[in-house]
Design a protein around this ligand. Structure first.
Ligand SMILES: *[C@@H]1O[C@H](CO)[C@@H](O)[C@H](O)[C@H]1NC(C)=O
Ligand SMILES: *[C@@H]1O[C@H](CO)[C@@H](O)[C@H](O)[C@H]1NC(C)=O
Ligand SMILES: *[C@@H]1O[C@H](CO)[C@@H](O)[C@H](O)[C@H]1NC(C)=O
Ligand SMILES: *[C@@H]1O[C@H](CO)[C@@H](O)[C@H](O)[C@H]1NC(C)=O
Ligand SMILES: *[C@@H]1O[C@H](CO)[C@@H](O)[C@H](O)[C@H]1NC(C)=O
Ligand SMILES: *[C@@H]1O[C@H](CO)[C@@H](O)[C@H](O)[C@H]1NC(C)=O
Length: 635
């Protein structure tokens, strides 16, 4: 009894200095593995794989299993003496143990097994190992693996004694089609060198030992495991980068090989590589200090480095100017210093030339990266002549591979339709919030499994239609029509979870439709139709009280939309209304009603220049709401 207890107690703390074969991804005939024919210095036929395997920034759809401890992508490799990484040339390889292996004469005692696998046992094991060794990849879900196992392989030139020295190790390629990982497992490493590389025939030691790691074939994309090509490499089964002797884990699809973080380090979540061009309108209609602040706030969010984002910039007034290329500044601080120095230029807006300049930023000799996603953010009010040249320049920019063109409305008054036409599509017209722009970037660049971004639609819309002496009976009717068109458009955009209310403001407030979700809203529109035009002056204090209540009670995503001529709003009333919503996150939007609006008041009342609409813009406003009320949360 005592003895049993002692044994039970001791078992778990016995330290294994290798990965037991039972902890390998299973291998052999029973797993349906292919067996590489017995050979010296040979390799498998080309193996087409069913996914695109990302290695550094290259994409591979075939591989070769090489006897000498390598997996290669371009062609088979017969070189038996290992070479130091970086090895320049076309050797694009994974090297679990590159050395002189010879399976010619050992019959079934030595085997090299390989298989592509989407079997659930492999998928589950791959997913759990990646999540375990890369804590930041908490959402990772593998759906493809490739398992290559060198089982008990001897070295070239082994004597009768040396033939008993054997190595068993495994290389596992893992992918969710976006991110890729490689795991090296070492069970036993009893020799490091063949005799043709000056190793000893009895021990397989000495000479030029094995090289372990990854090599891209150029000067700087490589990873060499410490001890490679030295006698120390025989200790691999005792070593690890994940706190498990004999096991190494790497992420291999980024600019650099990313070894698993030390077990206590949560690791870093990278964004996909992106080259981002900013195009700034510095013409006379723009307040450049506000623009500088916005651009500075956006850039402050963005991680700027070789692996993730790079920034380039152009500006324009009557002339366009390249501010800086992607490779001009390596440090964010230098970019911000440059931005702080950008000033207003007198003159009109020559966006077409700026867009032509942007194409120059994206030439590879100027630091743009072939594998990076491309963004152009155009900050403008859109107040310019819409020439054929502009259309041509915008279309040509949008057609660049990998490019998303986003427009951001800035300034006191924004021409929506132009912003929409220069952007890739209407969902890429953003309003000037650094937070929103950053969320947009983050969700476009999230590495699957690393960040998880979810889309939710939620919020409140409060429509306030004016009934006063400042609009005619016919205009009041147009206002109602605007509301019908707007609500129909919202329903067609499937914004079911959004709440909406309709109130009429005149000498008193009439609550035509109380706050309710949009589904079923069609049937309630009758109550708007019933409200009669009165044409009496607006009661300012009841309007203020009403908007105050909305501001206090509404959710963080809420919009108050005034459908109005603007003439009932004096500067006192505008200030009052702004102050009652200021503490909440309620935004005010204005829609100009009638033929004789007061645009100054409409612009002053709206939270942003971008938030002023005309009576014809019901569908456009619905699109804006669709965009505003969808929130992307990344964690
Ligand atoms: C592998 O892919 C190549 C090119 O796509 C094709 O020519 C070849 O037949 C494929 N080989 C096998 C074994 O499927
Ligand atoms: C893996 O998942 C991705 C995205 O979820 C999918 O596009 C791909 O077809 C899947 N691949 C395999 C081999 O199942
Ligand atoms: C290695 O391969 C050659 C054939 O290329 C063979 O003659 C030799 O016996 C093999 N075995 C060993 C242990 O080197
Ligand atoms: C490595 O592990 C082996 C047993 O697998 C052990 O004999 C040897 O002493 C270990 N070496 C080091 C440096 O820990
Ligand atoms: C700021 O701009 C002025 C004029 O364009 C230029 O002379 C100066 O060198 C700039 N300063 C910095 C820090 O870029
Ligand atoms: C405006 O409405 C308030 C109630 O909110 C009322 O007390 C006040 O008498 C009204 N003023 C006018 C001029 O009708």
């Amino acid at each position: 009894m005592m003895l049993a207890l002692v044994i039970l107690f001791l078992l778990p703390i016995k330290l294994l200095c290798f990965v037991p074969e039972s902890e390998f991804f299973s291998f052999g005939h029973s797993e349906g593995d292919a067996l590489l024919f017995p050979n010296d210095d040979q390799h498998s036929d080309v193996q087409n794989i069913s996914i695109v395997f990302k290695f550094f920034y290259e994409h591979h759809s075939k591989l070769f299993v090489n006897t000498n401890g390598l997996i290669s992508f371009q062609k088979g490799i017969s070189t038996y003496t290992s070479e130091a990484f970086p090895k320049i040339g076309e050797r694009i390889v994974l090297a679990p143990f590159w050395t002189d292996i010879n399976t010619s004469n050992c019959g079934s005692t030595c085997n090299i097994w390989y298989r592509e696998s989407t079997k659930s046992t492999d998928i589950v094991k791959a997913t759990s190992e990646v999540r375990k060794y890369f804590p930041i990849m908490k959402h990772f879900g593998a759906n493809w693996t490739y398992v290559v196992t060198w089982e008990s392989v001897p070295f070239f030139g082994a004597s009768d004694v040396g033939i008993n020295k054997r190595n068993t190790f495994q290389c596992v390629l893992i992918s969710d089609t976006e991110s890729t990982f490689v795991i090296y497992n070492y069970n036993k490493i009893e020799w490091t060198t063949g005799t043709a590389s000056s190793g000893d025939a009895d021990t397989g030691i000495g000479g030029t030992p094995a090289q372990v790691g990854f090599n891209m074939g150029d000067d700087f994309h490589f990873y060499s495991v410490k001890g490679s090509r030295t006698a120390d490499i025989i200790n691999l089964p005792n070593l690890s980068n994940v706190g498990y002797p004999g096991k190494f884990a790497f992420r291999v699809d980024l600019r650099d090989i990313e070894p698993a973080p030390p077990p206590e380090d949560p690791g870093k979540c990278y964004l996909k590589a992106a080259d981002i061009a900013f195009v700034l309108d510095v013409s006379h209609s723009i307040d450049v200090s506000i623009l500088r602040n916005l651009v500075t706030a956006v850039i402050s969010h963005v991680p700027i480095n070789e692996i993730e984002c790079q920034i380039g910039m152009t500006s324009f007034s009557s002339k366009a100017k390249i501010e800086f290329y992607f490779d001009d500044y390596a440090e964010k601080a230098d970019i911000l210093t440059h931005v702080a120095n950008i000033t207003n230029m007198r003159g009109a807006s020559n966006l077409e030339d700026a867009l032509v300049d942007v194409k120059q930023l994206f030439t590879y000799s100027k630091g743009s990266r072939s594998y990076a996603k491309r963004f152009t953010f155009i900050f403008t009010d859109g107040l310019m002549v819409e020439s054929n040249e502009l259309k041509t320049a915008a279309d040509s920019l949008k057609s660049l591979p990998n490019m998303e063109v986003v427009s951001v409305g800035v300034g006191a008054s924004v021409k929506h339709d132009l912003l929409e036409r220069i952007a890739t599509d209407f969902t890429r017209v953003l309003y000037p919030s650094a937070d929103m722009i950053w969320k947009y970037l983050q969700s476009s660049l999230a590495q699957p499994g690393c960040f998880s971004c979810t889309l939710e639609v939620e919020g409140e819309i409060h429509l306030l239609l004016e009934d006063s002496i400042h609009i005619t009976r016919a205009e009041f009717k147009d206002g109602k029509q605007f509301i019908y068109t707007f609500i129909e458009a919202l329903i067609s955009f499937h914004l079911q979870n959004v709440d909406l209310s309709v109130d009429i403001f005149g000498n008193k407030i009439i609550e035509a439709i109380p706050l309710n979700d949009i589904s079923g809203m069609k049937y309630k529109l009758g109550s708007v139709a019933l409200v009669e035009y009165s044409g009496i002056d607006v009661n300012q204090s009841s309007l203020i009280k009403h908007v105050h209540n909305i501001g206090t009670l509404s959710s963080s995503n809420s919009f108050v939309i005034f459908i109005t001529s603007g003439k009932s709003f004096d500067s006192h009333l505008i200030k009052k209304l702004q102050s009652v919503v200021i503490n909440s996150k309620t935004n005010m939007i204005t829609v100009g009603l009638g033929s004789d609006q007061d645009w100054y008041n409409l612009e002053d009342l709206a939270s942003y220049g971008y938030f002023v609409f005309s009576g014809e813009d019901a569908r456009l406003l619905a699109r804006l709401m669709e965009k505003e009320l969808k929130t992307t949360t990344c964690s």
